[in-house]
Write a protein that binds this ligand. Structure first.
Ligand code: IMP
Ligand code: MG
Length: 171
């Protein structure tokens, strides 16, 4: 295991998750929710956030890829689709990080065609300085500067997802 600097500690993440869960519960009241977890980066975030939410939550999983060896190709490929209808559901797409915004733009357009009652984006991290498409998440855990981060689900070429904090390598 490489040595990483801590950018966001587990305690900071936990505290922010409490706040995000509260915000979501206030906005959706008693409504049932459908979380769409974007594999694989947002698995930790999806699980930890949903455990804090008192509404009934259903889950779907979708997998897209945009990065080849951390080199953004600009192309989004759908690797795995959701397996059930989201028609009439209050959907929240759970993402690990919004970087260029291409993934979220693609998924928003793709999922809106499937007729959800509502569709929002919740991202653990946001790197607004890297945006190439005009898109914003509705709920953001932390806004960060332009650093390549790993941990809490985020990978470097599939490694280091299981760190319990968000870290980076000092250049
Ligand atoms: P976007 O389409 O450029 O917004 O990229 C979104 C995807 O790129 C995320 O779901 C991540 O998988 C990946 N990504 C972007 N920045 C980072 C990073 O700093 N660390 C790890 N993965 C990242
Ligand atoms: Mg990734």
């Amino acid at each position: 295991m490489k040595e990483f600097k801590v950018l966001i500690s587990e305690e900071q993440i936990n505290q922010r998750l409490d706040e995000l869960a509260k915000q979501i519960m206030e906005e959706y009241k008693e409504k049932d929710l459908m979380f769409i977890c974007i594999l694989k980066g947002s698995i930790f975030f999806t699980v930890e956030l949903s455990k804090r939410i008192k509404n009934n939550v259903q889950f779907e999983f979708i997998e897209v890829s945009s990065y080849e060896n951390n080199e953004n190709t600009g192309k989004i490929k759908l690797n795995k689709d959701i397996s059930r209808s989201i028609d009439g559901k209050n959907v929240i797409v759970i993402e690990d990080i919004v970087d260029t915004g291409r993934t979220i733009s693609f998924l928003k357009e793709y999922l809106l065609e499937k007729n959800p009652a509502s569709l929002k984006i919740c991202s653990l991290l946001d790197k607004p300085s890297r945006r190439v498409t005009e898109v914003e998440a509705d709920y953001v855990g932390f806004t960060i500067e332009d650093k390549f981060v790993v941990g809490y689900g985020l990978d470097d070429n599939q490694d280091y997802r299981n760190l319990n904090y968000v870290g980076y390598i000092e250049m």
